[in-house]
Design a protein around this ligand. Sequence first.
Ligand code: 13P
Length: 250
Amino acid sequence: MRKKIVAGNWKMNTLPKEGVELAKGVAAGRGEVCDSVEIIVCPPFTHIAQVVEAVEGKNVAVGAQDCATEVKGAYTGEISAEMIAALGCKYVILGHSERRQYYGETSESLNKKMARAYENNLMPIYCVGENLEEREAGRHFEVCKQQIEEVVFNLTAEQFAKLVIAYEPVWAIGTGKTATAEQAEEIHAYIREVLRSKFGAAAEQCPILYGGSCKPSNAGEIFSKENVDGGLIGGAALKAEDFLAIGKAF
Ligand code: 13P
């Protein structure tokens, strides 16, 4: 049985006080979601420590939204994987399309970030996904394959066992336009096949999350698909009630 995961990517939202309130709300209702579903919140760096404290002992894991390519040193403004791990994070989102699009994230930088994450026992949530133009040209399979081959294929079997993948079609992020459950299943199954070609049977254990306008009203149908193991949630993760309702969709 693959791990089921619902992760909230708060992006650049919430001030510390609001983030702590949100985390407390998630922790308070966590019991309504099946224990076997891993619930993760990913706040901005500035209040990770407070959020870790707010969810302590509540079976809610905390992740960061990015980490630096380098270990430590003269890199003004950067946050290292070691710092994130020291605050109590278990996960780190890497390769989100917003970072690829707005901050020049490439496979080269992502290979370094993945290495830093593993050195610090952080589990990466590695994001892949095509944009609208690529989808319309029917190139979504090759785009996802390339994003996986250039980064995930460099992992050892031991590292791969700790990886989570998130498929997030760029055209569905924050647009209210969701991939249909069939579209999600089609590409999730394809991604698993790509993973199987490199890692064999271990690919069956890798959670593949769907992300892109996922909300309480559509999560149930999307999560019912065989190769969809949960969601990476943006907007709907900013309300504890909605986020928990998505968790309950399993
Ligand atoms: P939305 O759920 O707001 O579309 O965002 C999805 C996402 O990018 C999660 O990482």
